[in-house]
Design a protein around this ligand. Sequence first.
Ligand code: FBP
Length: 275
Amino acid sequence: MGKAFSSIGKYVRLSRIMPDGRAVIFAFDHGVEHGPSDFPPDFMDPRVIIEKVVSAGVDGIMMLPGIARLTYDIWTGRVTLIVKVTSKTNLRPEEDRFVQSVFGFVEDAIALGADAVAATVYWGSPYEDVMLERWFTIRNVADSLGLPCLQLAYPRGPHIKNMYDVEIVKYGARAAAESGADLIKTYYTGSEETFAEVVKAASGVPVLMSGGPRVEKAVDFLKVVKNVMNAGAKGVVVGRNIFQHKNPKGMAKAIMAIVHEGKEPNEVIKYVEQV
Ligand code: FBP
């Protein structure tokens, strides 16, 4: 008996995203998640920032369907595409921000030529039930079409005091693995030791660290990237620490050199300093 076509498709796509088993993905869904105020004025046009980051050689870009349509001619054939099909705005009342809405379909991702589909689950949210229903609908269709599913496994809810606490992040990562994620994107827990626990809880499903708010000194962010790789992460998904930096291409190159070549932050900071 041969393998199902869909299991081969998933393997093929994952190996495009993670050519050596590791990946640096540029996260670029902030225009909806945070609003245009997240972008420095020079990067309001998505085409400008995407060209810079793609030219740094990142492995993929994660974006919403509409931005993929506006920029496809830039990244086609150069990086992989991960289409995120859930989102929310910060224009909502605060109490409604613990749920993401449908922002597209797996079929849209396929139609756009995606290598994977992504969706957020806020573990611990009062809307966990509805988010899981969406997650499993997405996963079901994607699985049958051989499309890997990246889960943004974010513990978040009114009663979660510290969403970066290792016990909480670990729980989310484990729940993501148990809900069939092919790739897990989650928060940094503050140290190599604690992040190693998160990786362990994910039980072999590749864990990618979510970049988070811009860190003032580039080298400090690069140290975080190094820590998570030492902890067994398979890469990172970074938005603001690239596009809010004055040298996004340099930042992306430096992150790539740590993730793929095992370089040290003080060796690669030179990329950031070259403008
Ligand atoms: P960053 O590297 O900028 O943190 O991007 C990762 C990400 O998950 C984005 O995909 C998303 O837009 C944003 O963070 C959500 O941030 P939050 O919900 O924590 O404000």
